[in-house]
Design a protein around this ligand. Structure first.
Ligand code: SF4
Length: 210
């Protein structure tokens, strides 16, 4: 059975909308996490192992060098020439919004970039960050926000030392969904449509929770 015949996979959806394959490039922009540096907790979630989450991202290299390295590997493997800058390692909204904007722009100016995917925690996404992502979306870029949840049960979140509650996830997801709903309404009224905004789902980090 071919999976893409049964479900609309993310890869197939990008292929359809961009007319060619789009590959995510995982980046380590040198962030840390409030659940590691003492703001929320120390030592991080019980399953935190960013080297395994982003084995090819390398904070010792600047973003352009990480992208160039990944581009070569991708070309050999899949020949994709369009990319999404995937800010994956640690908490990728954990900085002043001006610093975030500079980093995101630095990645977006690289050849072939069609958008951004930002991995973060639900308690680390301010309205300013949502506005910033929305502005990129309005420029016609792919914009995906990945909110880590791990569990909808506060007891489990406590056991894995997650440092936030399910209610905090719901609140941020709700704010993001309101933006999505606004976008849909504008589209229905015939206003200029930016490229698609990701609805928050559980992130890849789920794979690391037994
Ligand atoms: S939120 Fe992510 S980066 Fe932060 S401690 Fe947990 S797993 Fe690690």
């Amino acid at each position: 059975m071919i999976l893409s015949e049964r479900i609309n996979t993310f890869g197939q959806d990008l292929l359809r909308r961009h007319g060619e394959r789009v590959h995510k490039i995982a980046l380590d922009a040198g962030f840390t996490c409030p659940n590691r540096d003492g703001s929320k907790g120390r030592g991080g979630c019980s399953f935190c192992n960013n080297i395994s989450f982003s084995p090819h991202a390398d904070a010792r290299l600047d973003l352009a060098a990480q992208i160039a390295k990944a581009r070569l590997a991708i070309l050999r493997r899949t020949r994709a020439r369009k990319y999404i800058a995937y800010f994956q390692a640690y908490t990728n909204t954990y900085a002043k919004v001006e610093a975030l904007e500079a980093l995101y722009r630095e990645a977006l100016k690289e050849p072939g970039m069609v958008g951004l995917s930002v991995g973060t925690r639900p308690d680390c996404v301010s309205s300013d960050v949502l506005d910033l992502l929305n502005r990129f979306r309005d420029q016609g870029l792919e914009v995906w926000l990945e909110l880590g949840l791990q569990s909808a049960f506060d007891k489990t979140l406590e056991r894995v030392k997650r440092g936030h509650t399910f209610a905090e996830y719901q609140k941020t997801a709700e704010k993001w969904n309101v933006l999505n709903a606004l976008e849909t309404e504008l589209r229905q009224r015939g206003a200029r449509q930016g490229s698609r905004v990701g609805t928050p789902f559980l992130t890849e980090e789920l794979r690391h929770v037994a």
